[in-house]
Write a protein that binds this ligand. Structure first.
Ligand code: DGJ
Length: 694
């Protein structure tokens, strides 16, 4: 007997089928099928042939492939009984529950006392499919691996794209050709990590940023993940995502994966990016007030580091406000005897040496300058040189002889007493002060990965969010080492990277936009000479790169020349004038004809206006700029476009391209097919072009 189910939105259809009560498999995933499609016929049609040297039937590539059905690849579930004996499940259909846009499939394995559940839902607006697996056992069992529902990868694809990184170099895109066997990525650091962002794009042949078919995945979990992209001996391909393997330490009766976010796009990587951006912004993040404009930040870290001095901080705050800042974030160094990074983590009480009258005088000053106040914590961490470690050495994770990270250990977040302690200390600071923002840091990897740690961190954040619902949280982990939809369902901004180097940022932001909208992506104007790269960039470039996302400043404003302050104030003004529509816009990566140009187009909801940021990341091979093609405009509509910063054209731009001196009114068809001619420019500069329906 064959059973089939389908989930649809306007652009994609996902069909699952099950034969003879076996676990279901995805039998079709791609462009929307007609309502009249005969799903049973599709089931028969998706079966592939067999030849010599093969079994007499191809085992299903099911949503949880089972070794007991001679599946030739990695199974979706790996369990052992309490005494260590492997359990080899074989599931049988139990029930299917279908409600609007959601499907839950349940299968049982009676001899082993197991139940497997696969949940799927599709979002008609964002086009994101959420999928999650759960396993329940009558007796406690050890779990080594549970994959979120397994999806097939397309055959018409030559490569996959995933994202690696490092401190100050997040979101580096890797392209790996498909070949027989496995591409296996696993993050065993116990946090989402710089190294392996939990995302994957599988473009079909010929797909670009703006065109073609592509499939995308993101695993929303902050404890480290495992990804398997496998080509089976018969040529079929499977994608598995789950927690890193063997991170459940105790035998239990119930396990579930985090949500896997997946989608099919019929307009290239941008179709994936727009879906993730909208889903994250409109479905995942819980904004205290979604309508409140994102405030311009000032963060004092790179200005003062641990040298907190009240008169100096007040002076800096006054200058930051004059530049346009609307929120002042007091970074590391305000608590315990934290004079450097060797001590005091966990001693979450205001340092009376630096703040003899507490934080209130600084907060009141910040508020008198029209800014709100935010503060830094690193709750999950403890320095051996801290009062709390001296009192509770047993609260720290890991052995005595462990390698420290930034001279610190991680706290055991699975212990309720640790969470209670942190809740009390953090809530005392929030209760006693007018603070509406936390920068929540996490600066070392765990001594060993453990899912209970991530659940403990989530529980603490959830408790604080419930107690202080107006407080927003920024997720930081030495920059971008904790960015995922799991942490973002309880936070509101990510610190993409500790690199404020505008060129590095330009590249990172471009790639991170496949997953992250402007609203959550912090981007700051750093010091003139970048502290992490040693490079010097013009203030215009630094300011415009920050203006691409949630803008802020992080340099010491006392270093700014009058001219630099003027430029920064103007760009900040521009950002404030445009942030309302940009916050709900789609970020579209442009296919630049010149590899030296990294360009994006932010297109307003409804398509009535847009801004193009064209960053010159290197000198070009050819002598004059190549036209830059725009995207997703209406071909028949007319648009009036202008170069916002045309005054920045250098003297070496000697000609007169139209945009250098005036506006251009042209059809969407022209702008998307010919593209715009920008003036010649130096490397490490940015052109900003705005367009509106004429
Ligand atoms: C690492 C963060 O990424 C920085 O922005 C800063 O907050 C420091 N930690 C403070 O110790």
């Amino acid at each position: 007997m064959i059973r089939c189910w389908r989930l649809d939105d306007t652009r994609q259809t996902l069909v699952l089928g099950s034969r003879n009560d076996h676990l279901a498999e995805v039998i079709y995933w791609g462009p929307r099928l007609p309502d009249t499609e005969d799903l049973n016929a599709l089931y028969q049609a998706h079966l592939i042939d067999i030849t010599g040297g093969m079994l007499d039937l191809n085992p299903e590539l099911s949503i949880c492939p089972e070794a007991t059905r001679t599946f030739p690849g990695q199974p979706g579930l790996n369990l052992r009984s309490k005494d260590g004996t492997p359990i080899l499940p074989k599931f049988c259909f139990e029930k299917a529950e279908e409600v609007a846009d959601a499907l839950t499939l349940t299968f049982t394995d009676a001899p082993n006392g197991l139940t497997f559940t696969g949940r799927f839902s599709i979002d008609a607006h964002t086009h994101v499919i959420e999928a999650q697996s759960a396993v329940t056992s009558e007796a406690p069992v050890h779990l080594h691996w549970l994959s979120a529902p397994v999806f097939p990868a397309p055959q018409f694809s030559d490569e996959m794209i995933d994202f690696a990184g490092r401190w100050c170099g997040e979101f580096q895109m890797n392209r790996t050709p498909w070949s027989a066997g496995i591409r296996y990525r696993e993050n065993r650091t116990g946090r989402t990590g710089h190294e392996h962002f939990p995302g994957l794009i599988v473009p079909c042949r010929g797909a670009t940023n703006a065109t073609g078919h592509a499939y995308a995945f993101h695993y929303g979990w902050s404890g480290g993940h495992r990804m398997i992209a496998e080509e089976l001996p018969d040529g079929r391909r499977q994608i598995q995502f789950g927690h890193a393997s063997s991170v459940e330490m105790a035998p239990q009766t119930h396990f579930e994966t985090a949500k896997l976010f997946a989608m099919f796009s019929d307009d290239g990587l941008n179709g994936c990016g727009v879906a993730f951006q909208r889903h994250l912004r409109d479905r995942i993040v819980h904004w205290p007030d979604a309508k409140r404009p994102r405030p311009v930040h000032y963060n004092c870290w790179e200005a003062v580091y641990f040298r907190h001095n009240l008169p100096e901080l007040k002076d800096i705050a006054t200058r930051a406000a004059a530049l346009g800042a609307e929120r002042f974030v007091l970074d590391d160094g305000w608590f315990g005897n934290r004079d450097d990074d060797t001590r005091a983590l966990s001693d979450w009480e205001v340092d009376p040496r630096k703040y003899p009258d507490g934080l209130t005088p600084l907060i009141e000053h910040v508020q008198s300058e029209g800014m709100r106040f935010g503060i830094w914590f690193e709750p999950e961490m403890i320095n051996p040189d801290s009062n709390i470690h001296r009192l509770h050495p047993d609260w720290a994770l890991g052995g005595e002889d462990q390698i420290l990270g930034r001279q610190q250990k991680a706290l055991n977040m699975a212990l309720p007493e640790v969470r209670d302690f942190l809740f009390d200390r953090i809530s005392a600071i929030l209760r006693d002060h007018d603070i509406d923002y936390i920068k929540w840091d996490h600066n070392r990897v765990l001594p060993a990965p453990d899912a209970a740690q991530t659940r403990g961190s989530y529980a603490l954040i959830d408790a604080l969010r419930a107690a202080f619902p107006k407080v927003e949280i920024e997720s930081c982990a030495s920059g971008g080492a904790r960015i995922d939809f799991g942490i973002l369902s309880r936070t509101h901004r990510v610190w993409l990277s500790d690199s404020n180097d505008a060129l590095e940022r330009l590249k990172m932001q471009h790639n991170a936009a496949i997953f992250l909208p402007l609203a959550v992506t912090g981007s700051h104007v750093g010091p003139r000479r970048c502290h992490t790269s040693g490079r010097i960039f013009d203030i215009r470039f630094r300011a415009w790169v920050a203006a691409q996302r949630h803008m802020g400043f992080e340099m010491d404003p006392r270093e700014l020349t009058e001219e630099e302050a003027k430029v920064l104030t103007e760009v900040t003004h521009w950002w404030k004038d445009n942030r309302d529509w940009m916050t709900s816009a789609d970020i579209l990566r442009l296919d630049s004809a010149d590899p030296a140009v990294i360009a994006e187009q932010q297109l307003a909801e409804g398509g009535g206006q847009f801004v193009v940021f064209a960053g010159k990341a290197a000198t070009s091979d050819q002598i004059t700029p190549r036209p830059l093609r725009l995207t997703r405009l209406s071909p028949d509509q007319m648009y009036r476009i202008e170069l916002v910063n045309r005054a920045d054209a250098p003297a070496l731009s000697r000609g007169n391209p139209l945009l250098k001196n005036g506006s251009l009114t042209a059809s969407g068809a022209y702008l998307m097919n010919h593209g715009i001619n920008l003036p010649w420019s130096f490397p490490d500069t940015m052109w900003v072009v705005q367009g509106k329906l004429a």
